[in-house]
Write a protein that binds this ligand. Structure first.
Ligand SMILES: [Ca+2]
Length: 232
């Protein structure tokens, strides 16, 4: 219904802009980022399985899956087109990849560590603006890859926001997608999370001890954003 039309409207405009970017040979990276973000969004929408959805929702889901399939094929075609065009280019070119340029690819996710420093709320908003969300660190492999990147990128002693908070209910840690924390990497040797002074409701990944701590949400830190990888 209206939602689908909105998705269609959102989708085809960026698709044609992306094509224009690629055809003009200028800033092709930007068009690709928009595409990756949109495809990530659609994958989220289409893979959310309602348990007992009414018929009209099932129809909308099926239609969204078709649209997703169309967009993925279209993206592959654009990548082929771009790769062929790039082969005639004397300047260095980017290739189509699972993550936008500069993002770290770990398992089926893409992560980006910022230099900019903001509080938790504004960091959340900044990730959203990029078609992503604050990092949801679900596996040991993701955690270790991010720790390594944090030390390399942020040096020895840097805290990075991840998308975990107990602001709604003290001691109940939830990710930005509202799922409950299952696999924590707290800095237990320094008794984290300790809710020091009853003011610490947001979580950082620390590059120094390779663990997580709770800190006040209004502190100013760089962040880690995440989006789904687009597996070509
Ligand atoms: Ca703490």
């Amino acid at each position: 219904g209206g939602f689908l039309m909105m998705i269609n409207g959102m989708l085809f405009y960026p698709l044609s802009s992306a094509l224009l970017f690629i055809q003009s040979g200028a800033l092709h990276f930007r068009g690709r980022t928009v595409l990756c973000a949109l495809i990530g969004l659609l994958i989220c929408k289409a893979s959310a399985q309602p348990t007992e959805a009414p018929a009209d929702l099932q129809a909308e889901l099926s239609s969204l899956r078709q649209t997703l399939s169309y967009v993925m094929n279209r993206y592959r075609l654009l990548c082929d087109h771009y790769t062929n065009m790039a082969s005639n280019c004397s300047a260095p070119v980017l290739s189509c990849s699972a993550c936008p340029a500069g993002w770290l690819h770990v398992e089926d996710k893409c992560f980006s560590l910022s230099e900019e420093r903001l509080d938790y709320e504004n960091s959340t908003a900044r990730c959203k603006e990029m078609g992503s969300h604050l990092a949801i660190v679900e596996t040991k492999e993701q955690h270790e890859a991010l720790e390594k990147e944090a030390r390399k990128f942020g040096n020895f002693f840097t805290y990075y926001w991840i998308g975990l908070t107990d602001i709604e209910n003290e001691g109940v840690w939830k990710w930005v997608d509202n799922t409950t924390l299952k696999n924590p990497f707290w800095a237990e040797e320094s008794h984290q999370p300790d809710n020091f002074n009853n003011t610490e409701h947001c979580v950082v990944l620390e590059s120094s001890n390779h663990k997580w701590s709770d800190v006040p949400c209004n502190f100013i830190y760089p962040r880690i954003c995440e989006m789904d990888a687009f597996l070509l």
